[in-house]
Design a protein around this ligand. Structure first.
Ligand code: GLC
Length: 559
């Protein structure tokens, strides 16, 4: 088990264990975890210029109060650490507004901040937008971590861990132990002066889908917290160790699978309605890969953890091979598929999934630039979903599921298809929209997901933080800057909509909430990362050398 040893069993009980595992090339750039109170500007001007960030020259001697810039009337602002904003950098006026709006969304449980609600739009029916969604809280959490306010994140991680322990039933069916909630709500009883929690594991959600992404985000956030604060004591608790194992047990158990990817129901992630993403959606596979890597850096190789670690290591190798080979599409690969023969039998088959070339949609031939590529939406027998999905591709870059070459190609594609993917508002959740008969069949006539609206080719400002992180990781911050400029033209003026509609994202979404929290937090995270790229380490993992080189296809069939 050479590979097994080399890949991840490096856990040592020290402050450095996290960074040892995942800091490779970025070690030059990023700091090892350290207590947030010590977070000083450790990222020097050389690295900034390397990244061609083009900020105004930084004046470290400046005594500008960071808090007045970033934490207006903040309730935790008092212990705000020194930060990159202690310089002559002039923040955009939107930044202060965004912090104020974000702080208004904080939810308290017994006087402790435990999360942020999804939207504070009083003009619309609340539905479940008054709940704390696990996935929606991620950008809020990152903003708080970057601003040196980890308590709310720690409380959130512990609260959701408690919820995982609940017995979960839908009708008479008991859900897996590891399932994390999609969202939770705090009920305040003013007379009895008590707070209680209610959680939704999919049993109340529209469509009754369990959120496969919640558990993955929980693990990713636990690592971000640990990395940002240097506080290993949370991830090392038996409860957190168990929480991670339970989440991953749901995905690593043996079954009838012939692929290392995770089989999913439609709508089990950010796209939480029927949108034809059932099967092996990229949105989940990329998060799965990232969560596996994050867990590997935090799990203790003790009696209970060892088996899980071994399974993770094996799965990571198989998953990266599968994704990098079968989900990857560029001009050459498209041409290959176009010329595929069908009905090939046995392990010598080139067209392994028996994809019929006639099923390639016309738009892909125009969309695919000569340079550039992306991970397609889904691969299963005789079915390739060629749609481009933003989250999956950005997470593939951040988790290093994409090789460095593939990461560059994804960025090349975003640049050359700027009009289509970014247009007037970053960023399309997927491209292109499905229309007409296909929309009817695929969405089940969903009036919310009509073409170029909402999940069906709508533009979601929250995705700005993921795009920015991917840009910084690939050394192309100028792309993020362009995207942020676009967002700054509209977001505040339009009261932070949840999404925009239209082929270029020009219109505020048909049923978009205003003051959507993750649109606000996503903007703040993008701004803070661009200003201080060392924040990237919280949500980025460098390539694991053990997963290189990419094994040739035929090798997977030898024993
Ligand atoms: C919508 C989105 C989902 C989000 C939720 C709360 O259902 O599709 O991704 O988590 O709203 O904002």
């Amino acid at each position: 088990m050479e590979g097994t040893r080399g890949m991840g069993l490096k856990y040592v009980d020290s402050q450095c264990s996290l960074s040892e595992l995942d800091d490779f090339d970025l070690s030059r750039l990023l700091d090892k975890p350290r207590p947030y109170l010590e977070r000083q500007r450790s990222f020097d001007e050389t690295s900034l210029s390397e990244l061609s960030i083009g900020l105004k020259s930084l004046n470290r001697g400046s005594t500008d109060n960071f808090e007045t810039i970033y934490s207006p009337r903040g309730r935790y602002g008092l212990d705000t650490p020194t930060s990159s904003a202690r310089n002559s950098f002039e923040p955009h006026p939107m930044v202060g507004e965004a912090w104020e709006a974000l702080r208004r969304t904080i939810v308290f449980f017994r006087d402790q901040p435990v999360g942020t609600i999804a939207a504070l739009d009083n003009s619309e029916e609340a539905l479940n937008y008054d709940q704390v969604f696990v996935r929606d809280f991620v950008p809020s959490a990152l903003a708080f971590l970057m601003n040196g306010e980890p308590d709310i994140v720690k409380n959130f991680l512990l609260k959701t861990l408690c919820l995982q322990g609940w017995e979960k039933r839908i009708d008479r069916f008991k859900l897996g132990e590891g399932v994390m909630p999609a969202s939770f709500k705090v009920l305040h009883d003013a007379t009895r002066k008590t707070d209680t929690l209610v959680a939704d594991f999919g049993e109340s959600a529209i469509g009754r889908v369990a959120p496969v992404d919640s558990g993955f985000w929980w693990i990713i956030l636990l690592r971000a917290y640990t990395k940002s604060t240097g506080d290993l004591s949370l991830s090392e608790t038996p409860d957190c160790q168990r929480g991670m194992r339970l989440i991953l047990t749901l995905c690593l158990s043996e079954g009838f699978d012939t692929f290392p990817t995770l089989l999913c129901a439609d709508g089990c992630c950010m796209i939480d309605r029927r949108m034809g993403i059932y099967g092996y959606p990229i949105e989940i596979q990329a998060l799965f890969f990232m969560a596996l890597r994050c867990a590997l850096s935090m799990l203790k190789p003790d009696n209970e953890g060892k088996e899980c670690i071994e399974k993770i290591v094996e799965r990571l190798q198989a998953l990266s091979f599968h994704m990098r080979n079968y989900f990857w599409l560029d001009f050459q690969q498209l041409n290959k598929i176009y010329r595929y023969k069908t009905e090939e039998y046995s392990h010598t088959a080139v067209n392994k999934f028996n994809v019929i070339p006639d099923s390639i949609p016309d738009w892909v031939f125009d969309f695919m630039p000569t340079d550039g590529g992306y991970f397609i939406g889904n691969v299963s027998p005789a079915r390739m979903d060629f749609r481009w999905f933003a989250l999956g591709n950005c997470i593939a870059i951040l988790s290093s599921l994409a090789t460095p070459e593939q990461s560059m190609a994804i960025m090349d594609l975003i640049e050359s298809r700027w009009e289509e993917l970014v247009g007037e508002m970053p960023l399309k959740v997927c491209y292109p929209a499905i229309e007409n008969h296909e929309w009817l069949i695929v969405t089940g006539c969903d009036p919310k997901n009509t073409r170029w609206s909402y999940h069906n080719g709508g533009s979601w400002p929250v995705l700005l933080w993921l795009l920015t992180a991917a840009c910084i990781k690939t050394g192309r911050p100028q792309i993020a800057r362009r995207a942020i400029d676009l967002a700054e033209n509209r977001l505040l003026k339009d009261s932070w909509p949840e999404y925009y509609d239209g082929t270029t994202g020009r219109f505020i979404g048909k049923q978009a909430r205003k003051f959507q929290t993750w649109s606000i937090a996503g903007y703040l995270v993008a701004k803070m990362m661009l200003e201080d790229p060392s924040h990237l380490g919280m949500i980025s993992l460098e390539e694991d050398k053990q997963m290189k080189p990419v094994i040739k296809r035929s090798a997977s069939w030898t024993c």
